[in-house]
Design a protein around this ligand. Sequence first.
Ligand code: SF4
Length: 138
Amino acid sequence: MTYTEWFYQHGDKHKAIMDRLTHLSADEVITYFRFENMVEKEPDFCELYKENKKCHDIPGLNCYLCACPNFRFKEKGYHEREGKTLYSTCSIASKEGGQFISEDAIHQDCTKCLVPHSESYIKNVFDRDWFEMMENVC
Ligand code: SF4
């Protein structure tokens, strides 16, 4: 599956959950999306839930903003640099972000970045429509 395919499939799953949570306030929705609750109530939302595994092993991991509104991705790549194609970047140049560099490609590495998983950040950018929040991603 390409990133773009995953992106739209994930957005549809997010929407299906949100369509069931219209009775909850924004704060309650954010609480609902805490990892521990999601593993129990929404086992199909993330592949890792089946193994009770987190993408980032931190307490208080929140899954509302998976993916990240600051991620930028272009299926065909942005440009070539020294024989490598740049496929993704971080729009805020997060200091926790990095790059995966292979022989012919450069990808944004979000492994160490916790920006979209913190509840204070989610509250700041909160929108019930996931596609709205992610409108600039790809
Ligand atoms: S480095 Fe952090 S803020 Fe930047 S795109 Fe990745 S997760 Fe988002």
